[in-house]
Write a protein that binds this ligand. Structure first.
Ligand SMILES: Nc1ncnc2c1ncn2[C@@H]1O[C@H](COP(=O)(O)OP(=O)(O)O)[C@@H](O)[C@H]1O
Ligand SMILES: [Mg+2]
Length: 227
């Protein structure tokens, strides 16, 4: 994947099996966001393929990929600040419901996961704290009924307590269905809930393994676990 001819990610090959939480770790600028953008068709790979459930989706329009069951929670949350919490969640459901469809089942599931959002349904997006915005961004993605949930640095800018409950919610979400690809700089938290992981450096996968193995790896400990 490249930006105006400048390569950002080179042949990063990885797989995510149904039901897994897979962590993709890497420092700032490693190419994590670029990979997620390529998976949902926002960046077109110059070479290589993206397979979803065994079928190629390379170059498919983003909307089609979302309809196939892939939801991205973007870096920086990107909620709609002028819409209410309910309005944001409703937008997440549009791929299958259109606006005005019955979204009550999905809504209840999201509110069960993030009860904190329930009393805030009528509040505007801008008035939420960063942690609440992250809950809303994840909730919005879940409204689309994803089979694969892509999370881009959900812990960024959040305090340790909020991060802990966020990761708890991610694990709980995964337990109820969607496969999760979790992009993080916070390796300790990510490997705490992931089954497997990959380490990306300068646009290349340099390490991979099960979460336990990666947590014990000296190179990972030094670079990503603050050991
Ligand atoms: N829109 C863009 N235009 C040009 N270069 C970009 C753009 N977005 C990212 N890059 C570059 O691509 C590389 C990977 O960036 P990114 O995927 O955002 O990394 P990460 O998410 O791991 O921090 C970096 O060198 C970054 O500067
Ligand atoms: Mg990024």
């Amino acid at each position: 994947m490249s930006y105006e001819g400048v390569p950002a990610v080179h042949g990063a090959s990885f797989r995510v099996e149904a039901g897994e939480i897979v962590a993709l770790l890497g420092a700032n600028g490693a190419g994590k966001t670029t990979i997620l953008r390529a998976l949902v068709g926002l960046v077109r790979p110059t070479r290589g393929e993206v397979l979803l459930f065994g079928r190629p989706i390379t170059g498919h329009p983003t909307e089609a990929i979302v309809r196939l069951g892939v939801s991205l929670v973007p870096e920086g949350r990107r909620i709609f600040p002028g819409l209410t919490v309910f309005g944001n969640l409703e937008m997440g459901a549009t791929p299958w419901s259109g606006l005005g469809g019955d979204i009550s089942g999905e809504l209840e599931q999201v509110l069960a996961l993030f009860p904190h959002l329930r009393p805030r349904l009528g509040q505007r997006g801008w008035s939420l704290s960063c942690g609440e915005q992250q809950m809303l961004a994840i909730g919005r993605a879940l409204m689309a009924r994803p089979r694969l949930l892509l999370l881009d640095e959900p812990s960024l800018g959040l305090g340790p307590l909020v991060v802990r409950s966020m990761f708890q919610a991610i694990r709980e979400t995964n337990g109820r269905g969607p496969t999760v690809l979790l992009v993080e700089q916070n390796g300790a938290m990510a490997l705490g809930i992931a089954h497997r992981g990959y380490v990306l450096e300068h646009g290349r996968i340099v390490l991979e393994g099960d979460a336990q193995g990666l947590r014990a790896n000296p190179r990972v400990r030094e670079a990503y676990l603050g050991a």
